[in-house]
Design a protein around this ligand. Sequence first.
Ligand SMILES: [Cu+2]
Length: 181
Amino acid sequence: MWQSVAGAQKEYRRLCGILRRVKSGNHSLLVDIAIILALVLIAVVGYKYSPLLLPETDLTLSPVDGCDLNRQPCRAVIPGGGSIELGISPNPIPVVKPLRVVATFSGLDPSKVELDFQGVAMEMGFNRLTLTRMADGRYTGEATIPVCVTGRMLWRATLLVEADHRRIAVPYLFDAPVAGS
Ligand SMILES: [Cu+2]
């Protein structure tokens, strides 16, 4: 009986010795570093490919100013030629109701057009749609933006245009909902 208890204690000390060595050894440190690197990699890749982020572009314009999408379509001039006009109706722009989006291009012939809605000051989820080309060359689509807990908020609508092997982002800022929408 005593022999087996002593034997168990001896075995326990032996196992603890092994565990201690593993814990404080280089092997464990390498495993820790590998785990940290893996976590960093996951974070970086996850961040980079998050759908909430806008894709990389060749040209990102500064937000179109001096024009309010709540009142009228707004035109942006593309450095290097061409212009883009974005219209969202009805005016003013409501929330939680279907919006009709029309993008008109002059001097450039896009192969793909998307529109991405983001909350400027808060995360409002993924709101992006691919616009379809109409017979007259304009691009159109139907969108809905969600209502915000704070009521009125500032939105950024970004046109993502692929034209002539260039990716161009054209952001527009607007408030929604404003009085009367
Ligand atoms: Cu909000």
